[in-house]
Design a protein around this ligand. Structure first.
Ligand code: ADP
Length: 416
């Protein structure tokens, strides 16, 4: 699935790249042919102007023509020849009638503009045409005044299309990448869900088989010792409590997912919540040889909370502290009011959590290093529930932890 979406992303990006290349090439070609057309038109116009001028030149007295020709060979005389009224009049008559958007100029045989209707400045020469009669080797050239170049319009259009093409490509590529990431995320969630089902089933199965085994043993009347029998009953009770906790977690999680989880908040004492959350773990803690440290500050005010939900959140934190304790068998649970908020903290000396995972562990189904590598049971929804409870109370849950150096989870609830 993910390989296919990778290929699809690659294909879209490749197609976008081909589109970009084709777009670029055709824009360049269009620009070039537009320039060609402009040049062609200018050449025609210059030829027409030259014809017109030749016609006029036929009526010009020969001595004017001769003087002009001579002046071309002696540039120092050119100025004064051009200033002669007769010459001036001819030039104005001939060059004045050419189309207004371009400037017509007379070029001497050395291609120097000797006369133009307007100052040429930085105008660009578009085309020229040779004068055949009268002044052979002289030319009429058309100049494009600066700023009104017909290429300007073409260039502006090319720029506009390039920008549009660029925006289109960015949208295509960004859209594909976002879709790809969303698909990756979806398939990750699907995988996590499958893990979740397997983990929960496994979690349900273990206590059930213990209950069944002890129940059957008792039923067969094989246990004659009363103390032993009591121990068996305790195991059954403890395991069924664990089952209930697990099922509560799953049910609550499904309520949260469906937006149906509600909290009934009432002023409640904090100490009983802590005590009752710890109680079900007492035997497990004693068996595991844990050093347990519980510190509930005296005179804590009552807090407006859903005591059952907060108790469940605390149980999840305690369960995790035991589950991920590694060799550091220590559990510390504290309750205190700091900065106007109740801080319920659960600390362990366990395996810890790498800094990069501190946010992700609160996501649903997320488990550090995935369930199979960790080798510890769990559904991956415990911390998601804790966070939901905290936020529903207007509070938050924080984590301080380092890989291999234990963890402290703190549930912070506002006190009115
Ligand atoms: P799980 O059912 O897997 O325990 P949680 O949502 O309770 O799910 O926790 C998510 C993940 O966070 C766990 O899989 C574990 O990797 C990590 N984690 C939670 N609490 C602790 C802890 N006290 N010490 C180390 N890792 C923890």
């Amino acid at each position: 699935m993910s390989r296919w979406s990778g290929w699809a992303l690659g294909a879209v990006i490749a197609a976008a790249a081909v589109l970009a290349a084709l777009g670029w090439v055709s824009l360049r070609q269009w620009e070039r042919s537009a320039q060609l057309v402009v040049r062609e038109q200018a050449r025609d116009m210059a030829a027409m102007a030259a014809e017109k001028i030749e016609m006029v030149l036929r009526d010009v007295p020969d001595d004017v023509i001769a003087r002009l020709r001579r002046a071309a060979e002696r540039p120092e005389e050119l100025e004064s020849v051009l200033a002669e009224p007769a010459v001036r009049e001819v030039l104005e008559r001939t060059l004045g009638g050419v189309e207004a958007t371009s400037i017509a100029a007379l070029l001497d045989p050395a291609d120097r503009p000797v006369y133009a209707r307007e100052p040429l400045g930085a105008a660009e020469r578009l085309a020229s045409a040779r004068l055949r009669a009268g002044l052979p080797d002289w030319k009429i050239a058309l100049y494009q005044p600066e700023g009104v170049s017909p290429y300007g319009a073409v260039r502006r259009q090319v720029m506009l299309f390039s920008c549009a093409l660029g925006v289109l490509l960015v949208v295509i590529v960004a859209g594909s990448v976002i879709t790809y990431r969303l698909m990756r995320r979806e398939s990750e969630i699907t995988r996590l869900k499958a893990d979740f089902v397997a983990n929960v089933s496994h979690d349900l199965k273990t206590p059930l088989s213990v209950i069944r085994m002890y129940g059957e043993t008792l039923e067969m009347g094989r246990v004659s010792d009363a103390a032993q029998r009591d121990a068996y009953y305790r195991v059954i009770t403890r395991e069924s409590e664990r089952l209930s906790r697990l099922i509560d977690n799953v049910l609550d999680f499904s309520r949260i997912e469906g937006g149906r989880r509600t909290y009934e908040r009432a002023l409640s004492a904090v100490e009983p919540v802590v005590r009752e959350s710890l109680e079900p773990f007492a035997w497990q803690l004693a068996q595991g040889g844990f050093a347990v440290d519980v510190d509930v500050a005296p005179n804590l005010p009552d807090v407006r909370m859903d005591a059952a939900a907060v108790g469940q959140a605390l149980s999840n934190l305690i369960d995790n502290a035991i589950k991920y304790s590694g060799d550091g068998k220590r559990l510390e649970v504290t309750a205190a009011v700091t900065d106007g908020a109740l801080h319920l903290a659960v600390t362990d000396d366990g395996i810890g959590i790498p800094a990069g995972e501190h946010t992700r562990i609160f996501e649903k189904f997320y488990r550090v290093g995935h369930s199979e590598t960790q080798g510890r049971r769990g559904s991956g929804v415990g911390l998601a529930l804790v966070r939901h409870v905290a936020q529903a109370h207007g509070g938050r849950v924080t984590v301080e932890s380092r890989s291999g150096h234990g963890s402290r989870f703190t549930l912070v609830l506002p006190v009115e």
